[in-house]
Structures are given as C-alpha cells and as structure tokens.
Unconditional design. Structure first.
Length: 317
C-alpha cells in the first residue's frame, strides 16, 4: 500500500488519509472491546461532550464538535437505541430538545476513564517515535484549508495552468468580427446595445485605433476568445479608458479577463498614462471583482454616454 501511495504521489492524499483513518478506526473498535466499553468510534465526540455536561441540544453539540446537525441527530438516535442517551423537551422552550446521558451512559463514562489513560499514553509513545508532529500538522492543515479549501486551490491551479495556453496579441482587422460578436453577446445578455456601442464595434479602426487607442485580443489555441480596448481620452483627469472587455462564455474560468486587464494596464503605462478609467454596472459582480483585483477603485460619478453605466472606477498606474 505504501508503495502505491509513493508511486501515485500527493494527489492521492484523500485516499491515504482515509486508509489511515480506517486503520485507526478498526483498532479503536477493538480497543473499546478490550476495555468492555459498548461504544462505536463514530459516537465518541458526541459521547464525550455529553459526559462533560448534564445536558445539551443537538445544535450545540454539532457546533462544538464540528459536525452537521443531521450527523449528530443520527448518532444520537443510534445511542438512544443502545440505552446510552435520552432526549427530553426543554421546560423553558418546548421547541428545543435536550440530550443527556442515561444511567448506563454515565456508567460507561466512569468505566472509560482507564481507557483514556492508556490510549493517551499509547499515542504519546507513538508520537515520540516519529520525526514529525502529526497532531500539529493536522491543526495546520485544518487552519489553512479553512482559509482556502482544497477545491479552491485546485481551481486556482487549473486557472494558472490554462492561462499559460492563452496568448495576448494586438488587434488586426481579422479580429473585427470577434471584437463585435464577443461584446454584443454580453451586452445583449445583460442590457441592450446602445449608440456608443455600435460606433465602437462597427468601426473599431476609426473610433478607437485611429484616435490613439489600442485593442488587445486573447487567443486560446489560435482562436479569439477575449478582447479589450484602450480608448484615448481627452480628459483633464484621465489619459485612457479601459473599455469593451469581453470574454467568451466557453472560455471563462481560464484567467482571460485578468490577463487582458493586466496587459491593457501595462500598455497604458508604457504609453505614459498616469491613470486609467473605466465604466461598468454593479450588476456585473464578477467584472467588478476583476477590476478591483486589478487595482481599480470607485470614483465619484461622471457623465457617461451609456445608460447602463452606474459605476466609474480608476486605476493609478
């Protein structure tokens, strides 16, 4: 088994931990039998909490041991059948059910004390023979996974890997249809096309490029899947506007918006811009989140040629 895990590597961490858990759980069942304690290993957290308190609600037990309410409720029902715990309605609040140990449960709590001592000593002996402190390591893992789950970390790695397949290139007339189609798709989905949209999308050469602006295109395996424009502004506060960013729904989740936004900001910086401006709508939460991640911050409202614009943001370069 160890050779298998050594061969397959860290991606089998769940299977390896489950294998270790199964091994310890199997021993735990025999340890209870060794001491004549009629408990199942999965009952222990609930049993221990109740052994320290006179009575408690299922919700409070679940919160204390980090289990779901459903899981604790199921365990309590199993322990009731064994005669270890009992339930009763709270006299002060009839909606609450209190759980407590029965006489048999209290006797079990007395009998298990010697088992606690021997199990604790056995684990201390085991830890003394290891190079790494497993208990502390588990605590560290639990803390880190609470901050950012394994799923989230894998999603981030997936984005990072797939983003390496994306190429950011300068606009050419060959990408005019993609520039228009990608933008029209998202605008029509959320809002409606406006006059200013048609001006930019029907004639990007005259409306954007010939006036000192730039357009970048994201290619995935050679196909245009994202676009973003840098429009020259004649404004006392801003040099350029980030506009017309669009990513194909089929290519979302590959960090393309971040790559385009970062490239546009870098382009503006190279051109000597001090601040970058954009307009959006707060209904577009992923877009707003992206802009904030890029460093944009909300500014006071300004006049806009777009009806849909209800937020303006700037990026100090």
């Amino acid at each position: 088994m160890e050779n298998f895990f050594d061969h397959i590597g860290k991606m089998a961490i769940g299977s390896r931990l489950r294998f270790l858990t199964d091994k310890i759980t199997a021993d735990a069942a025999q340890i209870y039998a060794l001491f004549g304690v009629d408990l199942q290993p999965k009952w222990f957290p609930v049993f221990y909490v109740l052994s320290q308190k006179e009575e408690e609600t299922i919700t409070a037990i679940a919160r204390e041991i980090g289990h779901s309410h459903v899981s604790v409720s199921k365990i309590v029902k199993e322990m009731i059948k064994k005669g270890l715990v009992k339930e009763k309605k709270d006299k002060e609040d009839g909606r609450r059910t209190l759980v407590s140990l029965t006489a048999k449960g209290k006797a079990t709590a007395e009998n298990i004390q010697q088992q606690y001592i021997d199990v604790n000593n056995a684990i201390e002996e085991l830890m003394a023979q290891t190079k790494h402190d497993l208990w502390k390591a588990i605590g560290e893992w639990e803390y880190l996974l609470e901050q950012r789950s394994l799923l989230r970390r894998v999603q981030e790695q997936k984005k990072l890997r797939e983003s390496k397949e994306v190429q950011i290139v300068a606009y050419t007339p060959a990408y005019q249809k993609a520039f228009r189609d990608l933008n029209e798709e998202w605008i029509s989905h959320w809002f409606k096309m406006e006059e200013a949209d048609y001006k930019a999308l029907d004639n990007p050469q005259g409306y954007i490029l010939d006036k000192g602006g730039h357009i970048l295109v994201a290619l995935l395996h050679g196909e245009p899947v994202g676009v973003c424009a840098l429009i020259k502004m004649h404004d006392p506060d801003y040099d350029y506007e980030l506009a017309k960013m669009a990513v194909s729904p089929a290519a979302r989740g590959k960090n393309i918006g971040w790559l385009l936004g970062s490239a546009i900001a870098e382009k503006a910086k190279v051109l000597g811009a001090k601040k970058l401006y954009l307009e959006s709508n707060t209904i577009l939460k992923p877009a707003i989140s992206l802009y904030e991640k890029l460093g944009f911050r909300k500014v006071a409202a300004r006049n806009s040629p777009y009806e849909r614009a209800n937020i303006q943001m700037e990026l100090v370069l």
